[in-house]
Each structure stands twice: as C-alpha cells, then as structure tokens.
Ligand binder design. Structure first.
Ligand code: 6PG
Length: 477
C-alpha cells in the first residue's frame, strides 16, 4: 500500500481535489462508482502526480497507507451514507473517513458518533472555493477529532490556499463543527451576494447607470474596503455582453435564483439556535421569492413608489451612499454569521476560535475578502468580543455609515425598490442598538392571553397579571 490518501467520488470537486493532492506530492488512490471516470482522470491528468486507480472499494482500501485516509466526495445525504456503509466495514480502528461535501452538520454529528464506536475518525470537512479552488487551493474547514487533524492537517494545509504562506485550513472543532462553519460560510455567501445585487439594483434604477457603468463602480469599490472575490466577479458579470443578442448579459438571464440548500440550512439553524441571522434569512427568502412565478404575476401591476430622477451629480452622491450602505450591511451580515457560530459552539460544545475561522476565509473560499483580515485581528485581540461592532474600528465605520445607510434604504423604500437584505441589516443594527424594545409589550400580550408570565425591570421574579379581574391584580409565581 503506497497511497497517502484515497478519494472516492470523482465528479468535478473530487477530481480536482485528487489532482491537487497529487500535484502537491501525495500519492492518491482514486475510485469512482463508474470506473470510466477513474480511468479518464488517470488518462488525462496522470502526468500531474502519482495516482493509483482502484476499480473496487476493496482495491481502494488496499492501496492506502495506515492509518488509512479516505476522502468521500459524493452528493450530500443518502449517497454519503451509502459510501460510508460500503467502506466502513473494510476499515480499521484509527483509520479516517473525510467527508468533503456540503453535508448537514447534524448528519456529520450522527456519522461521527456512529463511526467512533468502530474507532474510525470521521472528519466533516467544509471545502470552499468551487472547482477552481479545489484544484488550486481551497479554504478547508475540517471538524472531527484533534488526533485526526494531527494526521490530516499537514495534508490539508499543503493543498489549501495561502495568505503570505499561511495555509487556509485549521482544525475548526470536534464532530460537526467544520460542516457547521462551512454552512454558515454559505449563509454569509448568500447574504453578501444579495447585498451586492441590491446595491446593483439601486444603482441601476435610482442612479440610472448602465450595467457596464455599474461594473466600473464595482471595480472601483474593489480597490477599497469592499475588496472581495464576490465584488470582483460581480463586475465581470455586469460587464459581460450576451453574444446572441448584444444585450447586457444580466438582462437576458431569467431573474429566478436557484439554491441547493446550504442557505436554507443556515436559516433553519439560526431559528433553532435563536440567533438573529436576519440578513442571511432575507437573502435566502429573496431567492425563494424570485422563483415564485405565480405570486410575482399576481403582484406585478400593483403600485410602487415614485421619486424624481436624479441629476448626474446627485447620482454620483447616491453611489457613494450605496457604498456605505453595502459595507455597513456586509459587516452586519458577517457579524450575524460569527454570532451563529458562537451560539452553535455553546449549544454543541465546540471550542471554535472565531479569529482562526476568519483567518481561513481570507483566501480560497467564495466569501474571501480583504476585510476578513481585520475580523481575524479583532477576534485574535479579544476572543470573547460579543460582536464585531464592539471593536472600536468597526464601530467607528458603522457610525460613519449610519446616515448614508439610512438614506439608501429610505430612497429604496420611497421608490419601491426591494432591499430586503440591506434593510434587514439596518433593522438588526437598530434592534440591537435600541435602549428599549417593544418586546415588553409582547410579554404583556403573552401574559394576557396565555398567562405566560413576565419579568419586571424593578425586582426579580416571575409575574402574572390577572387580566380578567376588574382590578387586574399581579401575582408573583
Ligand atoms: C463554496 C460554495 C459552494 C456552492 C454552494 C452554494 O463555498 O465553494 O459555497 O459550496 O456554490 O453549494 O450553492 P447554491 O447557491 O446553489 O446554494
């Protein structure tokens, strides 16, 4: 047995990860349910490194050095369970199965616990960066045991993206922590994309800029604090012209957004944890709403807002406001994601270093952004930071952005342009900033109809008002 690692499932992500391992000097045993794919990989890319093709599960396992390291790159869900069921009986205590797919962290926890009984380490590893990242350096978010990271860490670090030589892989935490963090990464990805899309829509509809002009605006923003992969590709998409029609590409694409489920999982988890990830939720619902054809038809002719056209100089000022709104909302969306990770760590007993998570998101992954280096530094300095906004530098930026952020959301509202993520981020800011919330009234309502009791601001205990009685006496329970 000569292979350092085996990869089963050679669709594009599996194939590219296998090639990445091989290009970094590892001997990689490769296997696919249909062996033609295995042969195609070796035929086409065999020269890139040392591959050991395996036709069967047994052959693959036999090719692996001990402790055996087997990376599973199949579809999340049943396919993953089927592959685990096939391979686990062939493995021994100390061996490792790595799931590099977008698995739900609860499945990862279940699988980890079951395989631990057999002494097998199950490592749920989030891998971000798409096809390109898988081949040239992804961001890797592995969970599982510390022992498994001691063995796998150097391999992941070798194939990962780097920032000044620092690898974009770290041991995130035990069992499902890695997949949880990858899920939140995707939730933030949804929010960031939606915020950018809303900014574009405002520049287009209020600023009256063309897609090509907006591409230039994004290119300029990309040289500042918004510097990120998503802003960069947005400019490219907006600058693209459809070859058939000569129209801007963005005008010939059907405006119904797809989703594979990781954003939805993030929102579901946020609800379970009671973590207010509202910008992420609105971004996910915005995709859903865009695909509700019948509803959109039913609402289509209803009136919206009106507002006079902007002069060129007003439009330029508006563009600067939108940059402020976008940046402030982005900070809120990331803060919501980090809050979720902290809430989940408390719930599931994970010890997650938020600074290290921000650190491995600086390159390789879809949400890579220059400002993540400052997020990393903020958590490195104070690991218990309750929010990014507790850090003076971020607080100062948000304070400075406040008025233009409100102006942006107000302009959108006046004109009837939907900005669900920008406005949810602003509402989040105002909710948490408020000295007193109308939650007190909700407590009164709950106590009225359901005797759900309330706490008082002036003394401890749990109270109930007897609303049906004329004098509404209060009792302490
Ligand atoms: C990544 C991406 C990747 C993928 C998601 C989102 O980190 O490389 O997040 O995982 O793009 O599946 O896809 P949807 O938009 O289809 O949900």
């Amino acid at each position: 047995a000569s292979a350092h690692i085996g990869v089963t499932g050679l669709a594009v992500m599996g194939r590219n990860l296998a090639r990445n391992f091989a290009r970094n000097g590892f001997t990689v045993a490769v296997h696919n349910r249909t062996p033609a794919r295995t042969r195609a990989l070796v035929d086409e890319f065999g020269h890139e490194g040392t591959f050991v093709p395996a036709e069967t599960a047994k052959e693959l396992v036999a090719a692996l050095q001990r402790p055996r390291r087997l990376m599973v790159m199949v579809q999340a869900g049943e396919a993953t369970d089927a592959v685990i069921d096939e391979f686990a009986p062939l493995l021994e205590a100390g061996d490792m199965i790595i799931d590099g797919g977008n698995a739900h962290f609860a499945d990862t926890r279940r699988r980890e616990a079951a395989l631990r009984e057999q002494g097998i380490h199950f490592v749920g590893a989030g891998v971000s960066g798409g096809e390109e990242g898988a081949l040239n350096g992804p961001s890797i978010m592995p969970g599982g045991s510390a022992e498994s990271y001691a063995v796998l860490g150097p391999m992941f670090e070798a194939i990962s993206a780097k920032v000044d030589g620092e690898p974009m892989s770290t041991h995130v935490g035990t069992d499902g922590a890695g997949h949880f963090v990858k899920m939140v990464h995707n939730g933030i990805e949804y929010a960031d994309m939606q915020l950018i899309a809303e900014a574009y829509d405002l520049l287009r509809q209020v600023g009256r800029y063309t897609p090509a002009e907006i591409a230039d605006v994004f290119r300029t923003w990309n040289t500042g604090r918004l510097d990120s992969y998503l802003i960069e590709i947005t400019a490219e998409v907006l600058a693209h012209t459809d070859a058939d029609t000569g129209l801007p590409f963005v005008d010939i694409v059907a405006d119904a957004a797809g989703q594979k489920g990781t954003g939805r999982w993030t929102v579901q988890s946020a609800l379970d944890l009671g973590s207010p990830a509202t910008a992420i939720a609105q971004a996910t619902f915005a995709r859903a709403a865009s695909s509700q054809e019948a509803l959109r038809t039913a609402y289509r002719e209803l009136p919206g807002g009106v507002s006079p056209d902007l002069t060129r100089s007003e439009a330029a000022r508006f563009t600067a406001q939108v940059e402020q709104a976008l940046y402030a909302s982005k900070v809120i969306a990331y803060d919501q994601g980090f809050t979720m990770i902290r809430d989940a760590a408390d719930e599931y007993g994970w010890d997650i270093d938020l600074g290290a998570v921000a650190g491995i998101w600086r390159a390789g992954c879809i949400i890579r952004a220059a400002f993540l280096d400052r997020v990393r530094a903020a958590y490195a300095e104070s690991p218990a930071l309750p929010s990014l906004l507790s850090q003076p530098e971020f607080a100062a930026e948000i304070t400075a952005a406040q008025v233009p952020w409100r102006e942006t959301v107000a302009s959108a509202t006046r004109r009837g342009i939907p900005v669900p993520a920008l406005s949810a981020a602003l509402a989040h800011y105002d909710t948490l900033r408020a000295g007193r919330l109308p939650a007190a009234l909700l407590q009164g309502q709950r106590d009225y109809f359901g005797a759900h009791t309330y706490r008082r601001t002036d003394r401890p205990g749990s109270f109930h008002t007897h609303w049906a009685k004329a004098d509404r006496p209060e009792t302490q329970s």
